[in-house]
Ligand binder design. Structure first.
Ligand code: GUN
Length: 293
């Protein structure tokens, strides 16, 4: 069993970007600039956004963090996005999800300029991805691809089983693993809460992507010998022994599943850090795309 070390690969992506940013600085070119919008006081969202902004600073990107109150009217939020859309220094815009209930998520996603949509959530970005056209790929699926690529995990002709069909992870990773590229060329089965024979399907998988958000859901009896297991889960569980008061649990029962795998991602330190690396890659691409315009 080999660990797919997201922390290590993420660091290598960042080191590489840091060098490229330094070269741009020396050439007097505009530096990549990510604008993040955080609404309200969701603890997990605060942590993720802080981590995204800090990562930008570490590699020399510019970053703007816009913190807005939980009761902000949707219209005011859209005005903020419009200002960032028109700001030529801003390359990428992300609005951290989930949003407060009174704000229509789809309205917000569709208000972001497609060429600044570094989350890859805009329907036009998704459509382009589905058709295999150049597009910003959503950060978590893109991070998984970068991880598989780094470890040269064979995907061609494999049966990939995706558990979960969210717009953020399950659905896009199922499309990407199915495309005619590397990583890809998998036969993909997407399972969800209404799949009756989930265990039988998982037992046929060469690659399992667990992205349903239920801690330690995937157990050893659902995984065949030699499988590759990617754990996207990041549920916070109360843990008084920790200073933060919680620990992070994945969707995979790691201790029992790991011995059966050829490759597995740990939680934390697997997909999580790759998500940030992928976002930075998208922001970099958004910036350099303007060079030739
Ligand atoms: N919430 C959970 N994952 C994500 C993500 O990748 N991007 C944004 N904007 N919000 C999220």
């Amino acid at each position: 069993m080999e660990m797919l070390d997201g922390k290590l690969v993420s660091q290598s992506v960042r080191d590489d970007l840091k060098k490229k940013v330094e070269a741009r600085r020396n050439e007097g070119k505009k530096l990549p600039h990510l604008a993040a919008i955080l609404i309200g006081n969701n603890g997990a969202s605060e942590t993720y956004v802080a981590s995204k902004v800090k990562s930008c600073e570490e590699i020399g990107f510019r970053s703007t963090l816009l913190r807005l109150p939980a009761d902000i009217p949707e219209e005011t939020l859209l005005e903020h996005i419009d200002i960032l859309n028109r700001d030529s220094d801003v390359d990428g815009i992300l609005v951290q999800l989930p949003l407060p209930a009174h704000i229509r998520e789809q309205q917000v996603i569709e208000s972001i300029r497609v060429d600044k949509d570094v989350d890859g959530f805009h329907p036009e970005s998704v459509g382009r991805m589905v058709q295999g056209l150049p597009a910003f790929l959503p950060a978590t699926p893109y991070g998984i691809l970068l991880l598989l690529e780094h470890y040269k995990v064979e995907t061609k002709g494999k049966h990939a089983v995706v558990i979960g069909r969210s717009n953020i992870v399950g659905r896009p990773i199922s499309i990407l693993l199915n495309r005619n590229d590397y990583p890809g060329n998998c036969t993909v089965t997407v399972c969800h809460s209404h799949t009756p024979n989930l265990k039988e399907i998982c037992l046929q998988a060469d690659i399992i992507i667990a992205a349903l958000g239920r801690p330690e859901f995937l157990t050893a009896d659902m995984v065949r010998e030699g499988a590759v297991v990617i754990d996207v889960g990041i549920t916070r569980m109360p843990d008084p022994s920790r200073k933060s008061g919680f620990s992070i649990r994945g969707d995979v029962h790691f201790d029992s599943v790991a011995p059966r795998c050829t490759y597995i991602t740990p939680v934390p330190g697997g997909v999580g850090p790759m998500t940030i690396a992928a976002l930075l890659m998208n922001t970099w691409k958004a910036c350099i795309a303007k060079d030739t315009n």
